[in-house]
Design a binder for this molecule. Sequence first.
Ligand code: HSE
Length: 443
Amino acid sequence: MEVNAPIRIGVAGLGTVGASLVRLITRHGNDLAVRSGRPIVVSGVSARDIGRDRGIDTSGMEWFDDPVALARDPGNDIFVELIGGADGAAKASVEAALGVGKHVVTANKALLAEHGNALARLAEDGAASLNFEAAAAGGIPIIKTLRESLAGNTVSRIYGILNGTSNYILTRMEQERLSFEDCLAEAQKLGYAEADPSFDIGGQDAAHKLALLTSIAFGTEVDASAIYVEGISSITSADIEAADELGYRIKLLGVACRTDSGIEQRVHPAMVPRTSAIARIDGVTNAVAVEADFVGQLVLSGPGAGGDATASSVVSDIADIARGDRVGTFGRPASDLEPYRRATMRAHEGGYYVRLSVYDRPGAFAAISQRMADRGISLESIVQRHRAPRTAAPGHLIPVAPAPVIMITYETTEAEMRAALETIKADGHIADDPQMIRIEQFT
Ligand code: HSE
């Protein structure tokens, strides 16, 4: 093998992923050098606490207290940002590296979802690469797949399970019939949830990842603020049970698709047919499906988080740079990304699952069906699941207890669905706010 000069990397952030990255490079250094054409050497590191034992050998690596100084230091050729967060030290150091024309590899979805357009332009101005395979779906090589392998396709829809914590919670709720709260506590104990789990269960973590996939898939500027986001905290055991009986499973999906009015981006719990590939993704595993004109459908699944899986993606970006493979950050030159044209959620078309807590009295069913019909919504099924026992103490009136009613609709629009539910609520037939879950159909 011809020995080329090593490519030197500076790693900012030595948490789980940073430590795995150093371990991976140590363990697979020889193979990596052959595959990349150059040895990969960690020349500099930066982290908050120099004294912490991370189980890795950092001797021989120059220590920087300030990640921005590491980013600017000429002693490394690639700056690897593993600090996290949309702003602060992560943004400052990535900007500093790109500002001096240095290649950057990052696992930071929030940074790119919020500032991706400006950073892609900055990278281009300095003729540098800005690679982020690890930022979406951890160890799954979806960025490379979209940017390179599917370059000859027009993508019509991309969707997936992009948050392992939520998928773990929904899987446990279904398999063990546990409550949402119990499953969240379990996920926290096992270390799956982010420090602030509200980003996982609220859908924002998945939305950041979806924003990046959408940009590459559709050639548009990144616009995370245009994503409709709904988390999983409203999902109850009653929904999980009903979904099971109806042949569905509930998954937190990130979906982006082309519609006549623009691109729809949404993250929300969805009912997916039990027989679909995505329905079979359990636990913390992630999956991304792409529908494209020439290739048809692809589904990639694997670990969406974890030090080793994420480090595997970080290294693939480093190897590309070492080999001299350059691709525009979002798959094309930043100046060629089209402005994002948003399709409003009100225009979303699909079927719906609705669970109502209906006062059990004559005419309630008929009134609810009528309100649906008034909006042109056709019902595939309407079922009252359990009738509350109708007893009363001697001398008292029998109470009117609410009973769960489950409806499945045929395709309608979000605007009609919401309007119908508003009227049903105003009519006074239901005891609580309606539960509404979108049904995602796959070809
Ligand atoms: N907390 C994320 C998840 C992993 O649960 O999928 C990192 O994005």
